[in-house]
Ligand binder design. Sequence first.
Ligand SMILES: Cc1ncc(C[n+]2csc(CCOP(=O)(O)OP(=O)(O)O)c2C)c(N)n1
Length: 938
Amino acid sequence: MNPWEQFTGANAGYVLELYERYQQDPQSVDEATRQAFAAGGPPPETTSTSATTAAPTDGTSVRAGIAAYTLAESIRRFGHLAARLDPIGFHQPVGDPSLDPAAHGLSADALRQLPADLVGGPASRGAAHALDAIERLRGTYCSTTGHDFHHVFVPAEREWLRDVVESGHFRPPHSAVNARDLLDRLTQVDSFERFLHRTFTGKTRFSVEGLDMMIPILDEIINDAASAGVKHVMIAMAHRGRLNVLAHVMQKPYAQILAEFKEPLFSLEGRVDIGWMGDVKYHAGARVARNGSAPDTLILSMPPNPSHLEAVDPVLNGMARAALTDAKHPGAPTYRKHEVLAILIHGDAAFPGQGIVAETLNLSRLQGYDVGGMIHIIANNQLGFTADPHESFSTSYTSGLARGFKIPITHVNADDPVACIEAARLAWAYRHRFGFDYLIDLVGYRRYGHNEGDEPAFTQPSLYGRVTSHPTVREQYAAALVAQGMVTTAEAEAMVQRHFGAMERAYAELKPERDFIPDYPAIPTAGEAQRVVTAVSVDRLAEINAQLLQVPDGFTIHRKLERGRERRKGMFADPAERTIDWAAAEELAYASILADGIPIRLTGEDVERGTFSHRHAALHDAVTGQKLIPLQTIPAAQASFEIHNSPLTENATIGFEFGYNIQEPGRLVLWEGQYGDFINGAQTILDEFVTSGRAKWGLAPSLVLLLPHGYEGQGPDHSSGRLERFLNAAADQNMRVANCTTAAQFFHLLRRQALLLHSDPLPLVVMTPKSLLRHPMTASAPRELAEGRFQRVIDDAAIVSPAKVKRLVLCSGKVAVDLFSAEARKDNSSVAIVRVEQLYPFPDEEIAALLQKYSKLKDVCWVQEEPENMGAWEFVRPLLEQLIDGRWPLRYIGRVRNSSPSEGFATWHAANQRAIVEGVFDQKAEAKTLDRVLSRQV
Ligand SMILES: Cc1ncc(C[n+]2csc(CCOP(=O)(O)OP(=O)(O)O)c2C)c(N)n1
């Protein structure tokens, strides 16, 4: 049949207009129209001519056709505004005038006279007329599902979404839903909560009730993903519904959960020493292999998380990235994005409120962070503690933020099980096909208060008036299935008995002391850090260095970089000459670690070049711009090297690297700060994961943080890596904190960290240099890399007669270089300057030995450039007092207490720095304040 035959009269005018648009831009018309034009060519001139003659095109009819088309597009775009999303009906849909035919000058009759094809898409297929097709569209877009994807600016994705949604591809009758199984699952979810409610009345459990469909949605996504070859599904979520997900998705035994409710008295013997403290039950993580050892086994894992809402988001992201990365081979790692799926469950107040959500979403399409798309579910109970939606976000929906990231969104009423299942299928199918994030906004309610002890009617009296009498989704679904004759009332009741019975049995058999399984951390291997051999022979280093300096023929290196590389070629000529600067030592450390078969991932803002233009780990051909990463091409490497300039965030990127690190602890993972100061942007991740993850959850992180630190007159915000914050959190062997002063020390420190990944993993925080990167005093000789190991304390090599030393100066980091360079140092044999290169674990043995060695002291000084309330002073003071044990006075020399880390003016800084140096070499015992610098006995 001629495809144009049906278009006569008014339609002919409209079709001609469409054809004109099609000619200009085929994408500007819908697919059905495009296909018709492609198949049928232009509408014959005669059609319109005959139309004008046989059935004159009056302007009204043309307008009606256009109006029908516009109405259809409005429904597609804005139909979600009229969707019935709130199960309680407390918040009514806002609607939109454009959804009303009358707003387009249309009536039902007028629509009935127009062809269905004007509506386009699957909705028009088989429809009798435009009215029929519009009604179908309404059924799709304005039902209990709100499809919100018109912000997806990629036509192929949008068309796919429209087609699957309008064709009903993922719901019955096209895709079956096993109603009986679904009812059974809902019954299990509901019974769990009701049993806990009855047995532990008022105890906090953050019940899922009101969002029960969260579990069947997870089931659906996980099963679909597993069928498509996914081998590992990771889920992260906050408190709401977590216990239910742990029990029913993560397969955590009821006995274990019930034991945690009982809070048994268990034996802490031997556990206090290792610093384990535990955490509340709704923060616990889990890991399970579904189908055990079968080839199609599926790993399900959930990281533990803190109360800090959404803080776990980047952590999960990083875990997923690590799990899908194959790092065993040299070169750049390779990725198996189809094997891992990450699911993030958010809160409706937390999603728009917590900035880390935006930071995490921003990682989604970046090369160094991409995991092939995460699925997000907002557990939207329309309340945030006591806050109403209008108090929590300025966007139209809680999910508004996702729009900017082109993430398709499905808002779905949590009381419509079939719609929820469709949303789950859609989410997985989109993610599987396009490899990008998808968001399900699961709109439900909260059966009780924020926790089960809270009274919600204090703040939401009218809402709770309705919630209290609202039937559960299980009750509603059971009634619907009974009405449809799909189950009998007795069968539905039997399901309740069975699931409730399972809980009752588990409780009756409970032995809390046996069933409570704490997540104790591994006990560190004692002394391993001091024993590990980090030296690499000069010959081997020279060989690796030569490999690092190789570039392919025809690769043009920037003129200014060439000079430095030439210098590096002669670096090993004399093993005793101090030729190795910080950057060279770092690169040699990485290369030798790769040669040992340990993969490396290094990220941070501008790390490829390095903030101080010192690293140049990625070279750019000066002519073509082509990138070359020598650590990926050296023949010596036995494992992969990955380096990425990170986006401009600290909290999410450190969270990401933490997650990466705990997922794949055998890889060396480093994050570098632009300047150390910016680390406080990640304080949540540091406090909640990096420094306390071991004590709370038994984790064994080994993330390395490189934080440029040093007082150089650049102002309050480019001086400090906030050393004090780490030392304040240092306890129970939870990390290592170093502030080292030579290239060789940094080399050994990095190598030690890599070699301890399996036997004694701990996070490593390093205060790294800025101007000292190129300072001759920090340079090392090849022999220093080839011999010895990391020294926690470096004694003063210039002292010939220890007995002459009257003052022992202990300091850490750059201030030592200031002291060594001082005029007053030249012929001074009475002041020994000792560098404490590792602050935590504190090297008390080495310092005790030095106190023995310098037996004729008059005093011991702690010298620092930071204000007294910052830096290491308040941490080391009690430790030093203990070691000194009253034998000598202890003195503090450094800046006075201050709210800001440093002066804002270089000249003022220099004056204070001079005053510190003077204070060190002036051994009179009085207390002095020189401007803002203090020398006093404590
Ligand atoms: C960063 C952070 N700030 C404050 C809180 C305290 N708090 C706990 S739950 C909650 C409300 C969260 O609301 P929502 O995201 O909607 O999740 P819901 O509890 O309703 O499931 C608040 C403010 C917190 N846990 N984390």
